[in-house]
Design a protein around this ligand. Structure first.
Ligand code: SF4
Length: 399
């Protein structure tokens, strides 16, 4: 694997568009000539991370629109056509995220911002797939001449960090996202990367998240833009900035093993800031606590999708914000493809909440919440009970 360059640029605190634009330009200029990948007449798909509606514009959960705007302007100046496109987490309405995060303003300013979930689907072959030989994606992904991954610097409760490789999971349909989680998310994402061949990553490291990312983590302001042609190298450098050793990032390890880039620091030339100068250890997801309630247990089985995880975590945040934490006492909430042996023996049916289609075989053992992923309010209802039904909604929670 030849040496590759990763650029790290520090911006001003709380940067405005001009400062972000300068940082993006500076990072891209340090990568040298990009005309082989962004050339006149080409369609360039810019893929932000718009996983779900965030708590606020600077929560660090989603890619800032200013970063995508700067990249789109750069792409246009090279004579290519930029299109910003995303399919949010399974069960999430991407259009709502677009509206909530300022991407609709970009649209009004003439940038093309596409909710992939509302576009025609296509099956893409994966000739070198390890776990899957094809993937359900979108026509626009197949049409794009170049794909730029624009993730956020975040920790993740399943994959330690979610960076430029993991961000590409937003190029597949909801059905395929769920399939990735049940089949094996690491190898499926690497299979996808091998098929769509992204050419560039520009990481929004202005505001990131530590702890319970990708949505409910704590905001960390880093004021960084990180860019490179090799997504594995970019993720390895981002991981180092966040305090992860290369071998802790399994997605990058697997992608490197498959020849999709390098995670060998001796092959990565860092330009701009030094890693040591900007490093800050991010709290791992496993080190974070969403709530501390006596005898409350939250169990995500291996293979639980982001959709179910987010639904459950957002439900708990809602209960917390509502001042109703006492309803969590004694409860066990389980999501994901469970086996009978995973079920706790000492929890009464009233206190056992089984979330989503995956837990349906055991619905008779507790309160089952339908859906794939379920509705947030149904999970709240199952935990809080009749009071939540009266307060929030009247829909049935059991199927
Ligand atoms: S029920 Fe949840 S974990 Fe199971 S496939 Fe559906 S979204 Fe994924």
């Amino acid at each position: 694997m030849p040496n590759t360059t990763v650029a790290i640029i520090k911006t001003q605190p709380q940067p405005d568009f001009d400062q972000i634009n300068q940082a993006v330009r500076r990072a891209l200029s340090l990568l040298g000539d990009l005309s082989d990948i962004i050339a006149p007449g080409r369609l360039v798909l810019i893929k932000p991370n718009l996983v779900a509606v965030p708590a606020g514009p600077n929560s660090g959960a989603v890619t800032k629109p200013e970063v995508c705007r700067a990249i789109a302007d750069f792409v246009r100046e090279l004579g290519a056509t930029p299109v910003i496109a995303e399919a949010s987490a399974a069960g999430v309405d991407t259009e709502k995220v677009i509206q909530a995060t300022g991407y609709d303003t970009l649209r009004k300013e003439g940038y093309e911002v596409v909710d992939l979930k509302r576009t025609p689907k296509i099956t893409l072959p994966i000739p070198d797939g390890k776990l899957i030989s094809e993937v359900e994606s979108f026509e626009l992904v197949a049409k794009a001449d170049a794909i730029i991954s624009v993730p956020v610097l975040k920790t993740h409760d399943q994959t330690e960090a979610t960076l430029s490789l993991k961000n590409l999971k937003g190029l597949v349909t909801d059905r395929e996202k769920k399939n990735f989680h049940s089949t094996g998310v690491f190898d499926c994402v690497v299979d996808l990367v091998s098929a769509v061949k992204p050419v560039l990553a520009v990481v929004d490291g202005i505001y990131g998240q530590e702890g319970l990312g990708p949505i409910f983590g704590k905001t960390v302001e880093m004021d960084l833009i990180i860019a490179g042609r090799d997504l594995v190298a970019v993720d390895t450098v981002c991981g180092a900035i966040m305090g992860f050793a290369p071998q802790e990032l399994l997605l990058s390890v697997k992608a490197a093993e498959r020849g999709l880039g390098t995670n060998n620091s001796e092959q990565i030339i860092v330009k701009g800031e030094k890693i040591e100068g900007v490093r800050r250890r991010f709290l791992r997801s496993s080190e974070d606590v969403i709530v501390d309630v006596e005898n409350f247990h939250l169990l995500f089985e291996e293979g639980a999708c982001t959709g179910c995880r987010n639904t459950v975590l957002s439900s708990i945040v809602d209960i917390k914000n509502d001042g109703s934490l006492e309803y969590l006492k004694g409860k066990t909430v389980i999501a994901g493809p469970i086996q009978e042996s995973d079920l706790p023996a000492d929890v009464s049916p009233d206190n056992l909440i089984l979330v989503g289609k995956c837990t349906k075989p055991f619905a008779h053992l507790g309160k089952h919440v339908k859906g794939c992923p379920p509705n947030n309010i149904w999970v709240v209802q199952a935990i809080v009970g009749e009071q939540a039904k009266r307060r929030y909604a009247t829909e049935e929670i059991n199927d």
